[in-house]
Design a protein around this ligand. Sequence first.
Ligand code: SAH
Length: 216
Amino acid sequence: MEVSGLDSDGKEFKNAEEMWREQIGEDGEQQEKKTQWYREGISYWEGVEASVDGVLGGFGNVNEVDIKGSEAFLQMLLSDRFPNARNNQHLVALDCGSGIGRITKNLLIRYFNEVDLLEPVSHFLDAARESLAPENHMAPDMHKATNFFCVPLQDFTPETGRYDVVWVQWCIGHLTDDDFVSFFKRAKVGLKPGGFFVLKENIARSGTFLLSHSLI
Ligand code: SAH
């Protein structure tokens, strides 16, 4: 059975195909409409304050429970995949669509020796760079935010074999379906042997999807 989706103005779509057809068009017009789709996504965030409340769409209070849940999940994965990490392994993570670096600062930097951040909106990335600077941030010995990439996921190809974990949270919905698939195919080469992706997303409470024109 096909369940319909909604956009944030209450408009119904029969299915995801119909929504995409409307948003990014049929093949011929695709490139132009796709460019516009991405432009609108970025310009929404360019108007948002560089704060925890801003990147969480007004739900700053979710930060703590999100980090706790992610930490429990990450600990389970790390002890399963990297049982010797505590001893000598140099662990590296990539925080995708990192916003102001909320996840890196509250979680990843405590577990990974190095974290790279990828974020296309420059005022968010600037805020991340500042709050993760060694003089402003007490990270455990030798743990640091290394690279700050100001590019969108659909244009990013990671360095081969650099990452133990590629963390993708609350940003993948910005990608079209074909870019979603090709991102994971490309980013796979960025993983070390045994490395993995973590993808954390919200799901629609009713219907199969919700297309959000704005978050608040
Ligand atoms: N993951 C962060 C930020 C979530 S807000 C956190 O949980 O705190 C969503 C983020 O996705 C914003 O910072 C926004 O700029 C970013 N984003 C928007 N379009 C993107 C794209 N095409 N590729 C990567 N990130 C994108």
